[in-house]
Ligand binder design. Structure first.
Ligand code: ZN
Length: 191
């Protein structure tokens, strides 16, 4: 009986659009090389992130969801601050924290590989105040060093070394990549 229910459930979920339930973000270093992915999936208790990267310095690195889906090398400051729709303080160990986009550090092994599963318990890929796909979207940024979980405003993790854009409308990305796209020339004037 339980088996039949499972099949029905599979069928039902298969009929729905998975566009907002599963998203993969391509991650780029400051040289513009793609070094891995973060696969996000909507779960009952938040958004799960499966982080697979290569070529990082061995050791711990801070990783956060940031407020703008814009990764411009070399410093990725275009991604903005940590995603913080509730106006909290930074840090998973802060008594008045944390930012919605705060995550535990990831660890690269001796070969520079990261294979980690993280959770954003307050977040969603669906509509809502805590959606990672609100407005244009968000981004995922990795730092040179570890987030200490306490220091304001961002955990003292040092330089931003990897960035990936989580766009609400990923299809628009294609037109931006076109070298003949005239909108490219307007980007510098936005601020
Ligand atoms: Zn933060």
């Amino acid at each position: 009986m339980r088996f039949v229910f499972f099949i029905v459930l599979l069928f039902l979920t298969g009929c729905q659009s998975n566009a907002e339930k599963l998203r993969t973000v391509d991650m780029y270093n400051v040289s513009g090389d793609m070094i891995g992915t973060v696969a996000l999936s909507e779960q009952a208790d938040g958004v799960q992130l499966k982080v697979k990267l290569e070529g990082l310095e061995p050791g711990f690195h801070g990783i956060h969801v940031h407020e703008y889906p814009k990764c411009e090398a070399p410093d990725f400051t275009t991604a903005g601050n940590h995603y913080n729709p509730e106006g909290n303080e930074h840090g998973l160990m802060h008594p008045e924290g944390s930012h919605l986009g705060d995550l535990p550090n990831i660890e690269a092994d001796d070969g520079g590989l990261v294979d980690a599963e993280l959770m954003l318990p307050e977040a969603t890929l669906m509509e809502g105040k805590n959606s990672l796909l609100k407005e244009d979207g968000t981004s995922i940024v990795i730092q040179q060093g570890p987030d200490d979980g306490l220091t304001q405003p961002g955990g003292n993790g040092g330089q931003r070394i990897v960035c990936g854009e989580l766009k609400t409308n990923p299809d628009e990305e294609d037109s931006e990549e076109s070298p003949t796209d005239p909108t490219e020339f307007n980007e510098d004037q936005e601020e």
